[in-house]
Design a protein around this ligand. Structure first.
Ligand SMILES: *Cc1c(COP(=O)(O)O)cnc(C)c1O
Length: 429
């Protein structure tokens, strides 16, 4: 432990924790991996001990020698990734899932039961919205959408049975930021006269920023969730999700994962540990340099009415971005995601945005029409008709998801090629 703390984050992200109890691999440079789903138990006593140890709040997962039983419960490669993610997000513990949605379902699921209520920011990932509105409602969990930028509205929406405040920052796709410290402060106040079992917890989806560009737990947020599928995995080849938060919830998270079955495979964990995390800092650093150039180009373009990128001086929440979007060295880190709107009235700009996407799909090498984000390839998509189509059009408008909005995830291509491809697509409208 002490040994890790002497090193810079950048180095620890490449090497992992200096020494782990998760697996005896002193002689390996890379983490080893097995494909056996069950582990040999040397004796029935050891088997019984393993079941007693699993998700046991009295057992410290960082220091206890683990007894592995079955991959869905716990697994060394996944465990190593969890140690590294807890380090990256500056949290007490991390629990990984097979996908980001698996992690999001668990991060909400451990806090709510029938009759409870949650508040969510309306500009969120489409499937998260669908999970809350279409599924949690079936289990008797009510929800209210509220923009978190107006804390008075949040206070108004909170009820005695509210258990979770859920949001993204920057949010997908609008790039709207939420003031993390203001929300954390508000919840501290609201919790002051609530009993322990009626507390409200804050959950942020930090996928857009990545732990390189923002560590919300250090601003007082309770839980961070990630789609590791995106920036953390980085190459678009592996799915995964994670929750990072207080140690006292580790047991619930492990039990939830065991019983709902959203476990991550060792193979996914190995890829993320081997390729994704060690290159995270280098990738985002490069991508966000290009993202700033692209945002500046779009900002001046006559066919573009608005550009939402925290690195631009015209970004309405620039001061907040400067406060909370900081990389692992403390420098400003506005990230690699851009949302921009093409000119025109509602129907017109919807058609124009589709046209830009189609033109790119047909002609561009350096910009690929595809959902997902955070890859080494620049990706473009039209949220209104694609990733956010689960949100009804009027709700989309309320959430700031303009029909003419286009989302860009900047990759590692030569910036001149990205600019040229965008220029020619914009010329086509
Ligand atoms: C992709 C994404 C998710 C869902 O993650 P999966 O790994 O696809 O399940 C959740 N939140 C955000 C912000 C995302 O971009």
């Amino acid at each position: 432990m002490a040994r890790d703390e002497a090193y810079r984050d950048r180095s620890v992200l490449i090497h992992g924790k200096f020494r782990s109890e998760k697996w005896d691999f002193q002689d390996h440079i890379l983490p080893p991996i097995t494909t056996a789903v069950a582990f040999r138990l040397r004796s029935a006593t050891r088997g019984a001990e393993g079941f007693k140890q699993f998700a046991n709040p009295d057992v410290d997962r960082d220091t206890a020698k683990p007894i592995y039983i079955y991959d869905r419960l716990d697994e060394p490669c996944v465990g190593l990734l969890e140690e590294t993610l807890a380090f990256a997000e500056k949290g007490e513990c991390a629990v990984c899932f097979g996908t980001g949605m698996g992690a999001i379902a668990a991060a909400i699921g451990i806090h709510v039961r029938s009759g409870d209520h949650m508040v969510y920011h309306p500009a969120i990932y489409g499937c998260t919205y669908s999970h809350i509105v279409n599924w949690l409602s079936r289990f008797g969990v009510a929800s209210t959408p509220v923009r978190f930028n107006c804390l008075d509205d949040v206070v108004e929406a909170v009820r005695p049975e509210t258990r979770v405040l859920y949001f993204e920052s920057p949010s997908n796709p609008t790039m709207e930021l939420v003031d993390l410290e203001a929300v954390a402060g508000l919840v501290r106040q609201l919790n002051a006269d609530r009993p322990e079992d009626r507390r409200i917890y804050t959950v942020i989806d930090n996928t857009f920023a990545s732990p390189y560009a923002q560590r919300p737990l250090t601003h007082g947020i309770d839980f961070v969730v990630h789609s590791l599928t995106k920036h953390v995995s980085g190459f678009g080849a592996t799915m995964g999700g994670a929750i990072v938060g207080p140690r006292r919830f580790e047991t619930d998270l492990l039990l939830y994962r065991k019983d709902f079955g959203g476990s991550m495979t060792p193979d996914a964990a190995w890829h993320i540990l081997t390729y994704g995390i060690p290159t995270l800092a280098m990738r985002i650093e490069h991508q966000q340099k290009t993202a700033l150039r692209v945002a500046e180009f779009l900002d001046l373009h006559p066919k573009v009415s608005r550009v939402h990128y925290p690195g631009l001086d015209s970004f309405p929440q620039k001061a907040l971005a400067l406060r909370q979007m900081r990389d692992i060295d403390g420098d400003f880190s506005p990230g690699a995601m851009i949302f921009f709107e093409v000119v025109g009235k509602a129907d017109e700009c919807y058609r124009a945005a589709v046209q830009v996407c189609d033109h790119l799909a047909a002609n561009a090498l350096s910009v690929t029409l595809a959902v997902s984000l955070g890859q080494i390839r620049t990706l473009v998509e039209h949220p209104a008709s694609m990733t956010h189509s689960a949100i009804p059009p009027d709700e989309q408008l309320k959430a700031g998801i303009s029909p003419g909005g286009i989302r860009l995830s900047i990759g590692l291509e030569d910036e001149r090629d990205i600019l040229r491809d965008l220029e020619s697509a914009l010329e086509s409208i």
